[in-house]
Design a protein around this ligand. Structure first.
Ligand SMILES: Cc1cc2nc3c(=O)[nH]c(=O)nc-3n(C[C@H](O)[C@H](O)[C@H](O)COP(=O)(O)OP(=O)(O)OC[C@H]3O[C@@H](n4cnc5c(N)ncnc54)[C@H](O)[C@@H]3O)c2cc1C
Length: 414
């Protein structure tokens, strides 16, 4: 792997951010255009250090998303491409299946709606099961009805990111870790990217910066709307002797007003069972630790954004419930025990956490779909929360198509 290279100087294309989206995109562009000089600039010392390695590890099948949306299309395509990729590269990806459980008749209309969406979206193998069918799939789970998605699966997305980086480097792309882009300035048919390792003068750039996407778009002269507002998701872990409560993936029927799927139980590729995540607004974009962490610049930006207050006004009730779950593990367990009644607080120990890069519009709406924007000589991935890890290889194709059209890249090599 060409790591630690000096990235400064001129290049054709810079991809900023070596998360799973940036790496998948860089790989796609390099495969299409093997002759371009491509550099990937990453602020951390390793690839995939943020959302890519702090998530549930679920390969989503495309159930939840509004038919016709980018999420619906790119998740279904992305899951298929991801299974193929993992198979080709010896990465463990298991289609272990998932159930979405209605625990009362009141949740049945929402379950019906999920089923309708999933069928239109082309989710493979989906079927409806009753309480008996549910018990056959998940013996410790209770509900009045469920959807079973056999092609939902699990993978370690950080493994995928490392594999993409290794492949890229083998093909000659330069990946520069420890290289945060601090400024971006168009100048003489180039975009000048300032980094502590010197200036990178790229003909074009594509920003895939996750939690920092809005800042870099703004630095390039882009629209301040939407802004990223960080939502921390904390997990509990089941104690090893209680892992048999869960065979695979058990999800609730989500709150349709929010782009989060609700606290679930998931068995990860390493055999651990997670309970969570919560969804709580935090005062730092990389708030992975258990204790309250504050970065004043992050707080100032969240507080100054009108959309934050409009969202808070709309969702204050949900916010209070989420804060209760985030503050008291017992409340999170209580919520999950609606569908796994044997689950007790003493079955769990503290687990990991991630921070979602969720974009919020000025009017307070949480952006539902993947969102992209353009500035002079640059494209920006502005909103790529879940299921963007699942969808990464399909997002890469879409953004590569846009880059070819916008940047006038030389004709494809097949
Ligand atoms: C709790 C949680 C659970 C989730 N569960 C799932 C799931 O089960 N399935 C699923 O498909 N998705 C899930 N997601 C979403 C998924 O993890 C993300 O959508 C995906 O990882 C986004 O990838 P990314 O490359 O855009 O962002 P990231 O992985 O965050 O990468 C962005 C990169 O940009 C770099 N960067 C930022 N600023 C700069 C700069 N100035 N200069 C250079 N580099 C910079 C960062 O260091 C980082 O490496 C979950 C997310 C969370 C937080």
């Amino acid at each position: 792997m060409i790591l630690g290279v000096d990235p400064s100087g001129e290049c054709d294309l810079a991809v900023i951010g070596a998360g799973i989206v940036g790496l998948a995109l860089a790989r796609e562009l390099q495969r299409r255009h093997p002759d371009i000089d491509l550099r990937v600039l990453e602020k951390e010392e390793e690839v995939g250090a943020h959302q890519t390695s702090h998530n549930s590890g679920v390969i989503h099948a495309g159930i939840y998303y509004a038919p016709g949306s980018l999420k619906a299309r790119l998740c279904v395509d992305g899951a298929r491409l991801l299974y193929e990729y993992c198979e080709q590269h010896g990465i463990r990806a298991v289609a272990s299946g998932k159930v979405i459980v209605a625990t009362s008749d009141r949740e049945l209309p929402a379950l019906d709606e999920l089923e309708r969406r999933a069928r239109i979206n082309g989710v493979p193998g989906l079927r409806r099961v009753g309480p008996g069918g549910l018990r056959e799939l998940e013996p410790h789970c209770a509900g009045v009805a469920a959807l079973h998605s056999p092609r939902t699966g699990i993978v370690d997305f950080a493994d995928v990111a490392r594999s993409l980086a290794a492949e890229l480097a083998r093909e000659g792309a330069a990946i520069a870790p420890g290289c945060p882009v601090t400024r971006a300035q168009p100048a003489r048919r180039r975009l000048v990217l300032s980094t502590p390792k010197g200036e990178v003068r790229a003909k074009h750039a594509i920003f895939c910066a996750g939690l920092w996407a809005d800042r870099l778009a703004l630095a390039c002269g882009g629209d301040p709307d939407p802004r990223i507002v960080p939502f921390r998701g904390a997990y509990l872990r089941l104690r090893p002797d209680r892992r048999d409560l869960v065979r695979s993936l058990i999800y609730p029927v989500p709150d349709a007003r929010l782009p989060f799927l609700g606290a679930h139980l998931s068995r990860d590729p390493h055999g651990q069972v997670l309970v969570g995540p919560t969804a709580r607004l935090v005062a730092r974009r990389d708030a992975y630790g258990r204790h309250v962490q504050v970065r004043w610049r992050d707080v100032a930006q969240t507080v100054a954004w009108a959309g934050t207050w409009r969202m808070a006004a709309r969702f204050w009730r949900t916010g209070i419930e989420e804060m209760r779950m985030a503050a008291r593990p017992a409340a999170l367990v209580e919520s999950a025990s609606r569908f796994v009644p044997e689950l007790r607080r003493e079955d769990t120990v503290p687990g990991p956490a991630g921070v979602r890069a969720q974009a919020i519009a000025r009017n307070g709406a949480l952006l539902e779909d993947f969102t992209f924007s353009e500035t002079e000589r640059a494209l920006h991935v502005r909103n790529a929360p879940s299921p963007a890890a699942t969808s990464s290889l399909a997002i890469a194709r879409l953004v590569a198509d846009r880059a070819e059209a916008s940047f006038g890249l030389p004709p494809r090599v097949h």
